[in-house]
Design a protein around this ligand. Sequence first.
Ligand SMILES: Nc1ncnc2c1ncn2[C@@H]1O[C@H](COP(=O)(O)OP(=O)(O)OP(=O)(O)O)[C@@H](O)[C@H]1O
Length: 298
Amino acid sequence: MPEAAAIETPVPIGLRARGVTVTYRNGLTALNDASFEIPQGSITALVGVNGAGKSTLFKAIMGFVPVAKGEIEVMGGTVAAALKANKIAYVPQNEEVDWSFPVLVEDVVMMGRYGHMGLLRIPSAKDRQAVQEALARVGMAEFRTRQIGELSGGQRKRVFLARALAQNGQVILLDEPFTGVDVQTEEAIIALLRDLRDEGRVMLVSTHNLGSVPEFCDRTILMKGTVLGYGPTETTFTQANLERAFGGVLRHFVLEGADLHDDDDARKVMIFTDDERPLVTYDEKTRTLTSPDEGDTR
Ligand SMILES: Nc1ncnc2c1ncn2[C@@H]1O[C@H](COP(=O)(O)OP(=O)(O)OP(=O)(O)O)[C@@H](O)[C@H]1O
């Protein structure tokens, strides 16, 4: 009997963009001919300077802005089909949310169930159970009846993650998930994202916290008005590509947690521009990489 050849099953594509161009009503083309693919069951970092088009890409994936040219495929179907099936979930930046709005934690998470409810939005037992499970999964069950305005930055982030879980989003877009979050919460979020990856979901994470990218993102998309490069982090998150994305000269590159006082530590972080101005600097105390003109990115 001849030996059976190993059959490799290709991992299905979770998210694909082909030549996507987005032009805002004022005529500005924020995204030009952007293409990439992400397999299901992956965590992908979306990296680029301010204004590189990361949020615009999110908006295009969520159907908030029209795609002038090209196409986006979500879990094998169109954006419209994915939205109808509640497959796309969004975890906003804390600044995007009006925290003074009087709403309870469980109500925010219940919003994730709206797409699964009828027109009158009367929650069923199943909806309530999904909310409870989602809150438990992010460690916020005991905050169920708290006002969202009373929560810390990290807790707020967890509530919106719980909303995405209650929605059962298959593609989860996270905008700066580690801004305003303490190290423990960051670790808890990363652990959760890894579990979600193992369930086959697609996480796309927009982040200025470059130091954590190689640690937890298996893929990277580098953006600058278009997609400069994409692929596995080992081959994409490279000095040459980062220099293209940030427009400077990378002198040293290190991962989070490096000891800046140790000259021999090869894992140091310091990215300089052409005129020797630090473009991205590393704060050892907060373990944060900071991009220019932004202050603390956490
Ligand atoms: N509604 C809008 N109308 C017109 N131009 C816009 C609009 N939203 C964003 N832009 C512009 O599109 C470009 C890309 O912006 P976008 O918000 O996608 O960048 P980003 O990479 O998300 O930046 P950041 O890291 O600061 O969040 C910028 O030049 C921005 O000024």
